[in-house]
Design a protein around this ligand. Structure first.
Ligand code: ATP
Length: 218
């Protein structure tokens, strides 16, 4: 049984930076699947621009037809803040003998010590850091300490153990951000080639980011 990758985010909207990173992890680390989990109520930031059902529709549209990609609605269905540790604990209960790998971009990994019960994550999952080539992992502070103790350079470790390793994986860096896409659309421009056309269609139908020019530019 190969590992399941867990890729959480606001996905407001999902774009090729997310999709390419997830795909490279899926292939290079020989994962069974990458599960995209749009968060409901993000605890670390303000309200999302698109409603949960629209973000969910965008994720579904983005991954449609792609082998190895799946969408998991649990954080959107759950009331209260979307704490990753709760999601991982629930998945651990559902897959007691399956390796789980939480996939984080570099920026998300650097913010990990601010997360609720972040130091329990390795008790239930591995952490996969999808980083910019040439980026140097922190070697001091709490993140430096956990990398020194739990870091691994061996993909097989992620298959042979169920949780507890940190694996840093270089992915093609696409300098795309959801924030920039929202600003671009609010300015009346087209986000073509930054995301799948199916996601653009959801955005056009909902008109969501056209209406939030003031907030984006604030
Ligand atoms: P925003 O601009 O609204 O902050 P975002 O583009 O950073 O959004 P999120 O949904 O917050 O997207 O990110 C979810 C996950 O995807 C995080 O782990 C983040 O590090 C990662 N990520 C975001 N953008 C990229 C990118 N261009 N390449 C690789 N990973 C990314």
């Amino acid at each position: 049984m190969r590992p399941i990758g867990i890729f959480g985010g606001t996905f407001d909207p999902i774009h090729y930076g997310h999709l390419r990173s997830a795909f490279e992890v899926l292939q290079a680390l020989r994962f069974e699947e990458v599960r995209f989990i749009p968060c409901g109520d993000p605890p670390h930031r303000g309200a999302t621009f698109a409603a949960a059902n629209v973000r969910l529709a965008m994720v579904r549209a983005a991954i449609s037809g792609q082998d190895g990609f799946a969408c998991d609605e649990r954080e959107i269905q759950r009331d209260g803040p979307s704490f990753t540790i709760d999601t991982l604990t629930a998945l651990r209960g559902e897959y007691p003998r399956r390796s789980l790998g939480l996939i984080l971009g570099m920026d998300a990994f650097l913010g990990l010590p601010q997360w609720h019960r972040w130091d329990e994550i390795l008790n239930v999952a591995h952490i996969i850091v999808a980083h910019r080539p040439g980026w140097k992992a922190p070697d001091t502070g709490p993140l430096g300490e956990i990398i020194a103790e739990f870091g691994s350079h061996c993909v097989d470790d992620l298959h042979d153990t169920l949780h507890g390793r940190i694996y840093i994986h270089a992915v093609t860096q696409l300098e795309i951000s959801s924030t920039e896409i929202r600003v671009l659309i609010a300015a009346g421009r087209d986000a073509r080639f930054l995301m799948p056309d199916a996601v653009r269609d959801v955005i056009k139908e909902s008109g969501i980011y056209e209406k939030c020019a003031i907030e984006n530019n604030a």
